[in-house]
Design a protein around this ligand. Structure first.
Ligand code: ADP
Length: 415
């Protein structure tokens, strides 16, 4: 908190060295915050733009150890788009803001929440700089720099230095984020490949064993008729396992079709109730039918839309298979109804439920909320389902409580 740096070039060179010394995302964020507070500020915060343009507070640092607890409270008030002349304004315009002297009037514009204004006052904010963190030509976040010294206000000169620092910090943070994402992607892929190979090998081994047994039987029973029933059973098992293998491979193909943006819909007139009944009939004709009772509600209504029948069938089958797999043998309720301009399909089970932390990610590719030891699967069913529903302009949402069950709601536009 020297505030004014004499050797600006030297400071920026040193800053670049510190910023490039780690690819660990959290270490880099902390380095930026420390660098700012050690050299030009009493307090600083970093907010990064996440999905849907929403800013998330990711780091803060305060010089005065007595103010640490107060500073932490700023995490209770992440940036609010209603606030003006502050973080969101810099994030959306990409332009820095200098508030040389904080006034009550400005504070009221910059924070609509009285409690937050209180925390800022306790921090003793006097002068503010908001600078955009930029990388690869776009704003990725905002660096907030604060002085709380009564006799010190930031100037245009300080703003220029802060911008220089932020442009280096932006690249460092972005690189660390990309590196972390890449590492996560690699480990998800590795885990997926190990599950996929295991999943594909199981039916294949079973097919091989069955074929070998059939061959042995045919050779042994070539003169006797009595072996034919046993051979039929074996061939049926082989057929079942081959179908399972085909389904798994089909799922993987679907994932690659979606990844390359080639998911085409072949739309036709579809009656939702008839479609659900067809899927249920198909399940009942399988050698291993659903082990959970199904209660069907609203199937008497005619709800007709213009959709891809085969793909929707796939979605309903996926959700029913999951209800069967994770449903602890308890009944599943399927509801079909019309709501304004949407067809609504609800599949509700009373099974194991899904932890809150998993609810957001299980619609992503290869993400699972259970271990492969307890429940088999590739973690692509919900991903494919969501992609199909969204390609129709619809939505799929989830409500779930651990131990109580899960409810998946699909809304499909009728027009
Ligand atoms: P898979 O079942 O092969 O893992 P999905 O994409 O169909 O793949 O599901 C992803 C994850 O979502 C599952 O691993 C499981 O944790 C969770 N899940 C899906 N449906 C249900 C359900 N009805 N009840 C509880 N958990 C579910």
């Amino acid at each position: 908190m020297a505030y004014r740096i004499k050797d600006k070039v030297g400071f920026l060179v040193e800053a670049s060295k510190i910023l490039s010394s780690s690819l660990d995302y959290n270490v880099t964020l902390l380095s930026v915050a420390r660098l700012v507070v050690t050299n030009i500020a009493d307090f600083c915060m970093i907010d990064l733009i996440g999905e849907n343009g929403i800013l998330h507070r990711v780091a803060s640092h305060v010089a005065d150890p007595k103010k640490r607890e107060i500073a932490k409270q700023m995490f209770d008030y992440p940036p609010d788009p209603r606030n003006k002349e502050a973080i969101y304004t810099t994030a959306s315009s990409g332009k820095p803001i200098l508030i040389a002297q904080v006034t009550d009037e400005w504070l009221k514009k910059a924070s609509k929440i009285p409690e937050e204004r209180n925390v800022l006052k306790k921090l003793g904010v006097i002068s503010f700089i908001f600078v955009p963190l930029k990388s690869r030509g776009r704003v990725i976040g905002v660096l907030t720099i604060v002085s709380s010294h009564k006799n010190f206000s930031y100037s245009r000169d300080d703003l220029t230095l802060a911008e220089e620092l932020a442009s280096r910090a932006g690249i460092a943070v972005d690189n660390a984020r990309l590196y972390t994402d890449a590492q996560e992607a690699v480990s998800t892929r590795d885990e997926f490949l190990s599950i996929a190979s295991h999943e594909l090998r199981t039916p294949l081994t079973s097919i091989l064993l069955q074929v070998q047994a059939v061959l042995k039987n045919i050779r042994k029973d070539s003169d006797e008729k009595s072996g034919s029933q046993r051979i039929i059973e074996m061939l049926e098992h082989t057929e079942q396992q081959s179908k399972r293998l085909a389904r798994l491979i089909n799922d993987l193909l679907n994932v690659s079709v979606i990844a390359t943006g080639r998911l085409n819909l072949e739309k036709e007139r579809v009656d939702l109730s008839d479609l659900v009944k067809e899927v249920l009939k198909r399940f009942s004709m399988q050698p291993k039918p659903l082990r959970i009772p199904v209660i069907l509600k609203g199937a008497e209504s005619t709800i007709v839309g213009f959709w891809d029948k085969v793909r929707l069938e796939q979605v309903i089958s996926n959700l029913l298979s999951n209800a069967n797999k994770y449903g602890r043998g308890k009944s599943v309720t399927i509801k079909i109804k019309k709501d304004k301009n949407d067809a609504v399909l609800i599949i509700q089970d009373k099974g194991i439920g899904i932890k809150e932390e998993y609810q957001k990610i299980i619609f992503e590719r290869f993400k699972r909320g259970v271990s492969g030891r307890d429940y088999r699967g590739l973690g692509v069913g919900l991903y494919i389902s969501r992609q199909i529903i969204e390609a129709h302009g619809g939505t799929i949402t989830l409500e779930s409580k651990v131990g109580k069950g899960s409810t998946f709601t699909i809304r499909l536009p009728l027009k």
